[in-house]
Design a protein around this ligand. Structure first.
Ligand SMILES: [Zn+2]
Ligand SMILES: [Zn+2]
Length: 405
């Protein structure tokens, strides 16, 4: 019996699960893949599920979908909106929503597995349908690799996948070369010397030190990154103090960096360290700041030749007017790790998911940034049709570019 993708999608949307807790999702997928006749391995990288469809000699094509949802309270007003709660890594109760659209990815990959199983007389090779946990933490792909992924399933010749995006449903977008930014987090603790707010001369004020550091950090992108290069440096958190008349002993800054080039990334990271140390010295700090680098996503580099092949397949399947180049996006993705670990190329594209009328209206009003909800927004509500159909077809036509006629 054919899979009812709309029912699967709305069920997953209603029951989202946060990173590494995708147990219900994983078991639904494992059952469905077995029903399609795939060899299924569960529990790779905690909750990862992989279905393998072996169909004679030929290339191994890995299709990837991520499964996790986010701690966001859904406000879409959809009939199938989530009211679920879950537990975040710190043990807090949080509302949960598929605000990044990973339920779209999962449903489309299931649909593609079904279509490729049905069409098996028309191609030869091996299809690996990989469902990954914890993309939102940036660690799920590496967790699967560390858990012996490529000892347990056939090693791919190509990695393919897609992300639903705030673009009109019906459209697909691919960018060759560096397509998704690398991201790095830097936590800095600046050490001052606490004391009474009325006697600053007896203290070393970490609040002023932090403020000067934040301002000086703004110079990195404008003065140390060339006009033709790109970087983003955002101070997202800044914490100090407990009471207005106390100068606190220290201050912390949480900094997020986005880059497309390793050399630029290394330059930005080292500039941040240099500035933090120099501002601490300028304040007369007795102790150097603690600087901790964490949560790295590498840059996602779409292989140029493989992207050309996918583009050609998309243009003939969808018509050239529905295939766009979205340029580089400053969002990040860990899917590249699956290709890097296998030493093979990757092509990862964007799948338009929103009501095209939203764009027509917002463009007419000049309000696209304000009116189009993007991924991670509580209002992010992909259109079911034609998003699912296009997402399934995109995976199938891209896979068949390698699997042959
Ligand atoms: Zn996301
Ligand atoms: Zn996502």
């Amino acid at each position: 019996m054919a899979l009812d993708l709309e029912a699967i999608y709305t069920d997953l949307h209603r029951h989202p699960e946060v990173s590494y807790q995708e147990h219900r999702t994983a078991s639904i997928l494992a059952d469905a893949l077995r029903g399609l006749g795939l060899d299924v391995t569960e529990g790779i990288g905690r909750t990862g599920v992989v279905g393998v469809l072996t169909n004679g000699d030929g290339p191994v094509v890995l299709l990837r979908a991520d499964m996790d949802a986010l701690p966001v309270a859904e406000e879409t007003g959809l009939e199938y909106a989530s009211t679920e709660h879950g537990t975040d890594p710190d043990g807090h109760d949080v509302p949960v929503m598929h605000a990044c659209g990973h339920d779209v990815h999962v449903t489309c990959l299931l649909g593609a597995a079904e279509a490729l199983a049905e069409l098996r007389s028309e191609w030869s090779g091996t299809v690996v349908a990989l469902f990954q946990p914890a993309e939102e933490l940036g660690s799920g792909a590496n967790e699967m690799i560390a858990d012996g992924l490529y000892d347990r399933i056939p090693k791919p010749d190509i990695v393919l996948g897609q992300h639903v995006a705030p673009a009109p449903a019906g459209v697909v977008g691919v960018h060759a070369g560096p397509a998704f930014a690398a991201t790095d987090d830097v936590m800095i603790t600046l050490h001052g010397k606490g004391g009474h707010g009325s006697r600053p001369e007896s203290t070393i004020d970490p609040v002023v030190m932090a403020a000067a550091t934040v301002m000086r950090l703004q110079g990195i992108v404008s003065r140390e990154v060339a006009g033709g290069e790109t970087a983003v440096v955002t101070v997202g958190t800044m914490h100090a103090g407990t009471k207005v008349n106390i100068i606190p002993p220290d201050a912390t800054l949480g900094i997020n960096i986005r880059t497309y080039d390793t050399e630029v990334r290394d330059r930005v990271v080292s500039a941040i360290g240099r500035i933090a140390n120099a501002e601490a010295a300028a304040s007369g700090a007795l102790q150097a700041p603690d600087i901790e680098l964490s949560d790295s996503f590498p840059v996602l580099h779409n292989d140029e030749a493989a992207t050309e092949r996918v583009l050609g397949a998309f243009r003939s399947a969808f018509g050239p007017e529905r295939v766009i180049d979205p340029g580089r996006v400053t969002g990040s993705e860990d899917v590249g790790a699956l290709a890097t670990a296998a030493g093979v190329p990757i092509v990862y594209w964007l799948l338009g998911g929103l009501d095209p009328q939203l764009f027509t209206k917002a463009l007419a009003n000049g309000t696209t940034d304000a009116d189009i909800p993007s991924n991670h927004s509580p209002f992010f509500a992909p259109l079911i049709h034609p998003t699912l159909e296009v997402g399934v077809q995109a995976l199938v036509v891209a896979a068949r570019e390698w699997l042959g006629a």
